[in-house]
Ligand binder design. Structure first.
Ligand code: HEM
Ligand code: HEM
Length: 168
């Protein structure tokens, strides 16, 4: 469409976006499958350290994005669509925060000997529900990104380094 749409995210913003996808994939790949696995103290400590680092980087990313970057949706985008994008982006951030927070709570409860009961089961439910929710948001997010790729409005190019739109 309009070729004045040349907005790009900064290198740091892209590094956060793509770096987090790798970090998140790694987190899922090495996931704890059952509570009993946490009896392995080294695994428990590693999980806690990973979750804390993940959370710290997420907060850093969020602050950096809020302070320095804006959405690359064209100014002419309908209001409703802008809200939808906001909800999906914030929704993903919320889930990305809830996952390590609930994970750390699971680990802390286990560490202090609370290995069964409604408390730890409730926190595990939050942990698992956050995954259900984020998978849902990710499907919408990637579909929307591909939709913009076909619209050729610059949104795809602003974040994605492959299958570039040719703005002529
Ligand atoms: C192949 C997969 C993906 C593509 C092509 C893609 C593409 C994009 C594009 C084009 C934007 C800019 C949107 C705008 O300016 O309004 C964006 C932003 C964003 N994406 Fe993705 N994305 C992908 C995967 C993911 C995944 C898996 C997550 C979450 C785990 C994610 C989280 C975000 C967030 C939170 C933003 C808002 C900007 C920010 O705060 O970094 N993306 N993505
Ligand atoms: C960023 C950090 C983390 C990621 C990416 C992650 C990833 C996952 C995933 C993908 C699942 C499967 C969820 C499902 O089936 O819907 C899971 C389950 C689980 N996670 Fe995590 N996790 C993280 C942190 C933690 C931490 C710190 C602990 C505890 C020390 C933990 C303990 C568990 C347990 C016990 C389950 C299995 C629950 C059950 O079904 O019995 N997680 N995690």
């Amino acid at each position: 469409m309009e070729n004045e749409q040349t907005k790009r995210y900064s290198f740091i913003a892209k590094a956060f976006h793509w770096g987090f996808i790798m970090l998140f994939a790694y987190g899922i790949f090495k996931q704890v499958d059952e509570l009993e696995q946490l009896a392995d103290q080294a695994l428990l400590e590693f999980e806690l350290a990973f979750a804390a680092a993940f959370l710290f980087l997420l907060v850093t990313r969020f602050i950096y994005m809020k302070k320095t970057q804006t959405s690359s949706l064209p100014a002419t985008t309908p209001k409703l669509q802008k809200y939808a994008a906001k909800i999906v982006h914030y929704g993903m951030y919320l889930c990305l925060a809830l996952i390590p927070i609930s994970g750390i709570l699971i680990g802390a409860l286990y560490w202090f000997g609370i290995k069964s009961g409604f408390l730890i089961e409730g926190v595990i439910s939050v942990h698992e529900f956050s995954f259900t929710l984020i998978y849902f948001f990710i499907v919408i997010h990637i579909s929307a990104a591909i939709y913009h790729r076909f619209l050729k409005d610059g949104v795809w190019n602003s974040m994605v380094p492959f299958w570039r739109e040719k703005l002529d």
